[in-house]
Design a protein around this ligand. Sequence first.
Ligand code: M6R
Length: 610
Amino acid sequence: MCGIIGYVGDRECRDILFRGLRKLEYRGYDSAGISIVHEGGFKLLHSVGNLDNLEAVLPELGDGGTVGIAHTRWATHGRPSNENAHPHTDCTGKFAIVLNGIVENYLSLRAELRAEGHTFSSETDAEVVAHLIERAYKGSLRDAAVAAYRLMEGHFTYCAIAVDEPGVIVGIRKETPMVLGLSEGENFIASAIPAFLAETRTVIFPEDGDVVVVTRKGVEITDLDGTPVAREAQVVDWDEEAAEKAGYETFMLKEIHEQPTSLADTLSERVSSDGRVALDGLGLDPEAIRNVRQVIIVACGTSYHAGLVGKYALERWARMPVEVEVASEFRYRDPVIGPDCLCIAISQSGETADTLAAMRLARQAGAHVLAVTNIVGSQATREADGVLFTRAGLEIGVAATKTFLTQVLAMLMLSLYFADQRGHLTPAQVREYTEGLRHIPATLRDYLEDGAAAKVEGVAKKYAASRFFLCLGRNMSLPVALEGALKLKEISYIPTDAYAAGEMKHGPIALLEEGSPVLVVATDSRVYDKLISNVQEVRARGARVIAVGSEGNESLSQMADEILPVPRTDEMLAPLVAIVPLQLFAYYVAKHKGEKVDQPRNLAKTVTVE
Ligand code: M6R
């Protein structure tokens, strides 16, 4: 939610800041702004809408200025408008701030500041920070920023600049991301690494409560009381090209096609010489794995669907009892968590506020918390007892695709590993499934190179004018149906429901009428015949069946109005291939409707608010 970048150095910073915002646009895109220290004041520019609009007016900032902050917004308090766009300034125009997150007590702070004579020009929670700094300032921006922090509740990262301290940016973080980029004679502060990846790969991840003072010479990090804290610099090996479209029309399409590589990377070095899954970094020794009595998976959105796949696999292979919980619900229940509980938090960003809160709750109750995440250095990795990294690479498209597939793979690998350690599968069975997993990247590569996208597009464009979709699955194909439906909702805006196929007759079947499009995930499985009975029920109501099926299944082809064949796999591995035509289907429905696929309305890539 919201992207921040700040620059201090010798170069003119306008274009550096704008390029940084471009790389952060996935975090929010309803308005944006830049503030640059220049000739004893600030140059300030705001615009509503995505960054194309800011770019169009960028020349208004003129030349000059080597210190600045910039922001791309995902609105929480106050609609998208020039007034509500960051950076915000105080009454004197001497301080400017950008903030990512939420100041929960902003109304009382605002009332207090108003009573003291401060004038507000926006409806945002963030603006209080500029006024709090103004009130506290006695010659040190750092101290004033800390004084403001001490009065604020919520979770946020903010950066401040001051006219009277023209070579300094001060940043403070609390439960939302911040990363520093270090270079020769210039330094960066941002919400995420891509913002400055073109300039430097040397990074520091500050911790909660760290106060950073960024100048052209370096960064100083202290705690709130001013005591220096040591934070190690790391060099990231991210590929800058990952942040480009590489010839694809959108990031989402590129990322769908990157899935074979992401899967291969996630598997890499995690299969032992005897062909079994080998995982480290989990913080669990073999005895601890054998002693786990309860598994709770917490996640949101797409990651929750990966968790559902994990439930089926952990139960079937490792015989572990598993609950999967939407994190925002879990955190406000009174869940029963025993000391022999393993909590698995799945989050591609590692920054989702609800998932982090659920992790904390589980940890406080004595559970061992394992994070499955794609982002090195993310908050989830700091708060977990162990981490299993997916290696999807940077995902820019707001609709998750390659991160989902790697999460599913991670959950399958984890389930095999646990099954092996707990002795519920024989070594031969573990080897057989592991071998199956090793084949998936090549299988998927062949499928995509064989023109899968064009074939799915041919079907999708016939249905782009649909008013409603129903997605059905059973057993391992149910999470696939749920995820396919989420993709359709997110990017095509067509109302889509997803159901366990056997549950359809208890209500959703009433939605069907002549011609209603129903997507059915009908790959080979132990419940295939049951699912086909449900397909017949759909057909009997005159609905049109679009089936994802195992290639060569002639009877399914004859039964369905449209068939989206996928390579045959073991049913436990099928989600890794069956979701791909549904990702493509959603993509092409949205494209043919003329929607902006990479930046769906109202969404943001990283949801750092409750
Ligand atoms: O970063 P996370 O995996 O924790 O994000 C969870 C959801 O916000 C995310 O999966 C969301 O549903 C995506 N937009 C799905 O495409």
